[in-house]
Design a protein around this ligand. Structure first.
Ligand SMILES: [Zn+2]
Length: 425
């Protein structure tokens, strides 16, 4: 994380507030570093014997890490028992056992490192998303649920890792992606929360979740465009591309900055990058005036020229999924075709998704009908691919909408993994 001090604001300040709040210094997680945040930070620093300067730097971050990632590391000492450790950290025995497979509670060997899950969910759903949050949440989930698989499937144009999370051992593979578009970052916590819900339900032995794990293997790419997300949520360090983006945005005064920004930081729209009649998308967008880097709708110099889109395409080929979901906001609508292409099973799934979410089904408007991720998937794989335009309002949807959005799409996330029961028609 960046160094944070009074007067700062943005997603990283909200993350700091979340950590302090979880650690026992109650705070509003409003993303504004004011005097209350400073007081809480000084209190935390004092409690850890750090210099109480009210500035959040690397040492304070290291001390606060357990409350950012959701677990502590405990080195077993003579006399420790699991029950005593659980009580001391506010943890629960089943959580400790899940996080430390093979641990014998009656034979705790001194010196062994224990992962101690802390008593709150890893994924916060009340603060804007940011790259540090991806790192902490992915780490926290992987440590608390060792059966989660993690990989870095590529790097963004500005060098941020592109994270994928996978779980489940079944033959039906599915791949869900989110936050292609920077100001649609609320879709990232949707996938992260889905992962946490599935993992914790699996650990608790929930039967329908066990079915999901045995039938499916789910891969999530929760933040396709981390550079752009950080720009929109105020988490981008100074000098790391934000100024270049601002210079691009200056020639598009009708698009608010940074809240209207969808592209990567070079001004390429990552969801107009896929080789699915890309030239047609180019013709349409050029006719609309998007002939050069822009906050949105510029198709880029060539298909898959942006590393984020190329990496997702490669991940998709490697995963070879039976289905993909691509999450966007907003409009409460599901797109499920590419031109006249309608892979087997797509219509039935789309109708089921619509029933579960209350969303409408629609054909994509002609000016947006080409070069998207789901278009490419349907064209090249001939299998069901969906764009879900979640929620309703003006992008970026405020995080206060998270609960409603998640409730709407939860059923889609589960059913897409399970697939429809075989029917005889
Ligand atoms: Zn979008």
């Amino acid at each position: 994380m960046q160094i944070l001090k009074i007067g700062d604001r943005g997603a990283e300040t909200a993350l700091l507030q979340t950590g302090l709040d979880r650690a026992g210094w109650p705070l509003r997680r409003d993303g504004i570093f004011g005097s209350a945040t400073r007081r809480a930070l000084i209190g935390f620093q004092r409690s850890r014997a750090l210099v109480p300067d009210g500035i959040f730097g690397p040492k304070t971050e290291a001390a606060l890490a357990p409350w950012l990632r959701g677990y502590a590391i405990h080195i077993i000492r003579p006399g420790d028992t699991l029950w005593r450790l659980a009580a001391r950290y506010g943890s629960a025995l089943p959580a400790l056992e899940t996080a430390n497979p093979g641990l014998d509670p009656f034979d705790l060997r001194p010196g062994r490192r224990l992962i101690v899950p802390l008593p709150f969910p890893v994924v916060p759903t009340d603060i804007p998303w940011s790259s540090p949050l991806t790192e902490y949440a992915a780490d926290g989930l992987a440590r608390r649920y060792p059966f989660l698989r993690r990989e870095v499937y590529g790097q963004s144009a500005d060098g941020r890792p592109l994270h994928a999370l996978s779980f489940g051992e079944g033959p039906r593979t599915v791949l869900y992606s989110a936050a292609h578009h920077a100001n649609e970052w609320i879709t990232a916590p949707v996938l992260m929360k889905f992962a946490e819900d599935a993992l914790s339900a699996r650990a608790a032995g929930d039967e329908t979740t066990e079915e999901l794990f045995s039938r499916s293997a789910v891969t999530l790419a929760p933040v396709v465009n981390p550079d752009g997300v950080d720009l929109v949520t105020g988490a981008l360090p100074f000098g790391e591309g934000g100024e270049r983006a601002e210079a691009i945005a200056a020639s598009w005064p009708a698009i608010p900055f940074p809240s209207g920004w969808k592209a990567d930081l070079r001004g390429t729209d990552l969801n107009l990058q896929y080789p699915a009649r890309w030239e047609e998308a180019r013709r349409i967008k050029f006719a609309q005036g998007y002939t050069r880097p822009a906050p949105r709708d510029y198709v880029g110099p060539a298909p898959l020229s942006a590393p984020e889109s190329a990496a997702l395409a490669a991940l998709t080929r490697r995963t070879d999924p039976a289905l993909v979901l691509s999450f966007h906001t907003q409009g409460r609508v599901i797109y499920w075709k590419f031109g006249a292409l309608e892979p087997t099973g797509s219509r039935a799934l789309a109708e089921a998704f619509a029933r579960l979410s209350g969303y409408g089904l629609a054909d994509v408007p002609y000016e947006s009908a080409f070069a998207g991720y789901k278009d490419w998937f349907i064209q090249d794989f001939g299998r069901p691919g969906f764009t879900v335009e979640a929620g309703e309002g003006v992008n970026p949807l405020p995080i206060g909408q998270f609960g409603a959005v998640y409730a709407q799409v939860r059923g889609i996330l589960r059913l897409a993994a399970l697939g429809l029961p075989e029917t005889t028609e």
